[in-house]
Design a protein around this ligand. Structure first.
Ligand code: SAM
Length: 290
C-alpha cells in the first residue's frame, strides 16, 4: 500500500498507549499493536493473568502491573508517576478497546490532567463490530454499555431509553440475557433488534429479530457466550417527518403507540430538537381549540 503521510510508529518516552486487543480472534491483533506491546517499558493490564497468556502466545515478555476497577484509584497515580519519569506504558484490558466499558477512562483523564501524552492503537471494539453487522440504522447511535443491574437505577435507565431515537447498543453477559431482553421488550415494545454473540469467534451468531421474538426464542435457548444487543431507536413515523409543523399530532401519535404523555413529549423534543416548553404550548393550543 502506498503511504503518502507520516505514520506514528515509534514508541515515545513518557507516553501511555491504549492498545486494543482482539475480542475473540487473535488474528485481529494489529501489527502496530504487536510492535507497541513489544517495545513499551511496561504493560498495565486489567487482568495480568489473561493478558500474560496473550503476551506469551505472542512471544512477548514484559513487566506488567495490574490496573482494574478495584485498584484504579491507587494504581493510576503510580502509573502516571512512571510515565512522567519517562517510561512508556501500554494499557490493555481483557478484550477490545481500553476505556470502553472497562478500566482506562480514569487513567486517560489523569494523564490528560498531568500533561502526559496519551495515544491510541485502535482495533476491535465489540460495540462497533455488532453495530456494523446489525442491519439496523448506523446513522446515529447511542452506546449504553451495561444496563444498571437492578433496582430503581435500572428502571430509570430503561425509561430514559424509551424516547431515544438513536439506535441503541448494549452489552450483556449470558446469565443476565433473558432478564434484559424481557425488560427491554417491556420498556421499548417490539422493536427490531440484533443479538450479536461470540463475535469473531467460531460460534459467532447474529440473530436479527423483533424483541418479542427474542424473548420467546430464549425461553428455550440457553444463552451462551458474550452478547452485544443492537436495538432500533424510537421509530419516527413518516407522517411526522412529512409534517414537521404538527407537533401536537406527533405527540398524539407516540401516545397512541403506548408512550406516556411525558415520554412522548420528551421523544418529540429530542426528535425535533426543540424545547419541551414548545411542545407543551403546542399541545395546549390544540386542546384549547378542541
Ligand atoms: N472494551 C471492550 C470493547 O471494546 O468492546 C468491552 C469490554 S466489556 C467489559 C465486555 C462486554 O463486551 C461483554 O460482556 C460483551 O457484552 C461484549 N463483548 C466482548 N467481546 C465480545 C464478543 N466477542 N462478542 C460479543 N460481545 C462481546
Amino acid at each position: 500500500m502506498a503511504v503518502s503521510f507520516p505514520e506514528k510508529n515509534a514508541v515515545e518516552r513518557g507516553t501511555l498507549y491504549l492498545v486494543a486487543t482482539p475480542i475473540g480472534n487473535m488474528a485481529d491483533l494489529s501489527s502496530r499493536a504487536l510492535k507497541i506491546l513489544s517495545e513499551v517499558d511496561f504493560i498495565a493490564a486489567e487482568d495480568t493473568r489473561n493478558s500474560g497468556l496473550m503476551l506469551s502466545r505472542l512471544n512477548i515478555s514484559k513487566p506488567m502491573v495490574s490496573y482494574h476497577e478495584h485498584n484504579r484509584r491507587s494504581r493510576g497515580p503510580v502509573i502516571a508517576d512512571r510515565l512522567e519519569a519517562g517510561e512508556s506504558c501500554a494499557l490493555v484490558t481483557d478484550a477490545g478497546t481500553p476505556a470502553i466499558s472497562d478500566p482506562g477512562e480514569d487513567l486517560v483523564r489523569l494523564c490528560a490532567e498531568r500533561g502526559i501524552p496519551v495515544t491510541a492503537v485502535p482495533g476491535c471494539c465489540a460495540a462497533v463490530t455488532a453495530l456494523s453487522l446489525s442491519g439496523i440504522s448506523t446513522v446515529r447511535f447511542a452506546f449504553e454499555g451495561f444496563l444498571p443491574a437492578s433496582g430503581r437505577e435500572r428502571g430509570d435507565r430503561l425509561n430514559e431509553l424509551k424516547s431515544e431515537p438513536r439506535t441503541l447498543i448494549l452489552y450483556e453477559a449470558p446469565h443476565r440475557l433473558r432478564q434484559t431482553l424481557s425488560d427491554l421488550y417491556d420498556a421499548l415494545g417490539n422493536r427490531s433488534a440484533a443479538l450479536c454473540r461470540e463475535l469473531t469467534k467460531l460460534n459467532e451468531e447474529i440473530e436479527r429479530l423483533p424483541l418479542g421474538d427474542a424473548v420467546e426464542r430464549y425461553r428455550d435457548k440457553e444463552p451462551r457466550g458474550e452478547y452485544v444487543l443492537v436495538i432500533e431507536g424510537l421509530p419516527v413515523s413518516e407522517e411526522q417527518a412529512d409534517y414537521p409543523e404538527n407537533i401536537a399530532a406527533h405527540v398524539a401519535l407516540l401516545e397512541d403507540g403506548g408512550l406516556s404523555r411525558m415520554d412522548a413529549i420528551k421523544a418529540v423534543a429530542k426528535a425535533r430538537g426543540v424545547k419541551k416548553n414548545e411542545i407543551y404550548n403546542a399541545i395546549s393550543r390544540k386542546e384549547d381549540t378542541q
